[in-house]
Design a protein around this ligand. Structure first.
Ligand code: HEC
Length: 140
């Protein structure tokens, strides 16, 4: 990249009959400038990535504390059959968990005769909380 830039600027200098040294200096400055700008861009990408990773952690912490009230029945690892009725929820597909929790929230799901109980567990959750919880449970 640097070679191409320097070469092309040298060609321009010859064509314009300007002093080669001045043009090469200019080329060199331009290349340095590009280098500095690229490293600024790289720094800002790094910052953004770190911030996104932090945000992700925050979602996980929220979900973890939201899951506290589910532990009693489903187990801290999600591997207990709640009240001997519910299937194991750990590692279920995220979208499946989301649609079940949304349906419980609306009082529209009752697979094992205990849907009402799950409605009271989910009616106060926001959709964003349901999504965070589902993501968390799917990774248990
Ligand atoms: C008091 C016990 C209890 C608590 C607390 C509880 N659950 Fe449940 N959960 C159940 C029962 C029982 C079922 C089966 C309901 C039915 O009949 O459809 C169930 C069903 C589910 C299902 C569907 C499983 C499947 O594959 O059909 C999910 C997902 C779930 N619960 C997640 C949660 C989450 C998330 C929380 C916490 C916000 C929670 N539960 C709190 C007892 C509980």
């Amino acid at each position: 990249m640097k070679k191409i830039l320097v070469t092309s600027l040298m060609v321009i200098s010859i064509l314009s009959a300007d002093s080669n040294i001045t043009i090469i200096e200019k080329a060199s400055n331009i290349v340095d400038d590009i280098g500095e700008k690229s490293s600024n861009i790289i720094e800002s990408i790094k910052d953004t990535t770190t911030k996104l990773l932090d945000d992700n952690k925050t979602i996980e912490i929220d979900a973890m504390s939201l899951y506290n009230k589910c532990k009693g029945c489903h187990g801290s690892d999600g591997k207990i059959k709640a009240l001997n009725k519910s299937p194991i929820i750990a590692s279920q597909n995220v979208d499946d968990i989301i649609s079940k929790l949304k349906a419980y929230k609306l009082g529209e799901l009752n697979n094992y005769g205990m849907g009402r109980l799950m409605t009271t567990q989910t009616e106060d959750l926001t959709i964003a909380q349901i999504e965070a919880l589902a993501k968390y449970i799917s990774k248990l």
